[in-house]
Write a protein that binds this ligand. Sequence first.
Ligand SMILES: [Mg+2]
Length: 414
Amino acid sequence: MKHVALLDCNNFFVSCERLFRPDLGNKPVVVLSGNDGCVVARSNEVKDMGIPMGIPHFKVRDEFKDAGVTVFSSNFSLYHDISKRVMRVLREEVDEVKQYSIDEAFFSLIGVRGEIETELRRIKNAVETKVGIPVTLGAGRSKTIAKVASKIGKNREGVCLLEGKNWIDVQQTVELSSVWGIGPKISQRMMRDGLVTVADFLALPRRKICDLYSINEVRKYDELTENAMEEIKGESGSQQSIMSTHSLSKATNDLNVLKNEVTHHVTSAARDLRKKRFVATHMYIIMRPSRYGDWRLRGGSIDITLENPTDDSRVLLKMAKEAVSSAFEEKVPYKKVGVVFSGLFPARLVQDTLFAPHNPKGGELMKLLDRVNNKLGRGAITIGEEIHGSTSVKKNHLSPAYTTKWTDIRTVKT
Ligand SMILES: [Mg+2]
């Protein structure tokens, strides 16, 4: 029998901060978004206080002080590094892994002998022992069910298998609006059709779903009825990186040509990012000579951590061009240029709730840009050379770069 599982790190950013601050183990902790604007991660203690995700920090500052909540600015180089460690351990334990976001990965459970739950517990222990981040594992007969299971697993000691009767038993308690891939528009429409929970949805015959909804909802139906099994790899929409790259027809050492090429790739990959509703926490600029010849060891990729995860072409272009200028070597004949965005996580987390109060125009502007270009053809409007204004960001509660800076490494006294 084939099963698919999802590993999800619990309160990921908070857990990363706690890893180097064991004194905060059972204490209330939050992480703020860029500019220390809003709450983007909460420890269970803070969730229990009734603090909602995305609330602006200034609204709860006093409450936090009274309750002794420790506040951190977001430290994406740390989170990215810990994420890599989690994924590495997972890959050591299981075969087919597909990272979905900075703190989630799907994997298949083919060839597991014995109980699935025992296997999940084994993997959970391996990650927690080797990395030190608490995780939850959910499994079922489709990715969509595995997602549901990982949510339910948070209250079941971190492991949950939903299949057969177990799955049928919880269907009444799972709201369609919370199901992975059912967006707010569709779930509202379903609500109007009287469908609130997964049980309501699955009570209808498949034929009826085909009549009423689109192919996406029919697919969801099949996944929820345990009748569809997608491949772990190779499905669009669940990816860990977005890239745009190509080889130049002729090598160049003209900085302006390189900048134009990079602009083209960043623009196109950023559009893709927005379409898939992700923001990136990492950008790799590829700028290298041919793999053959005297220059083959020069250049390479420039690694940029986006301390404020974004899908805003203006910000990405500015950083990309600066990176190209600083890495550029006059004599090197560059042959391959491109960009890769990684460390993706859902844009709704930062956009709707978080950056909105600080940068209401950014998101709207990007939407308009994409709309116009979709209608009139790519490149109908583009972004000018520079963005004006300061890009400096407030981070008053930043933790040290424990894993990426020699000077910030923890000392242990005995
Ligand atoms: Mg998580």
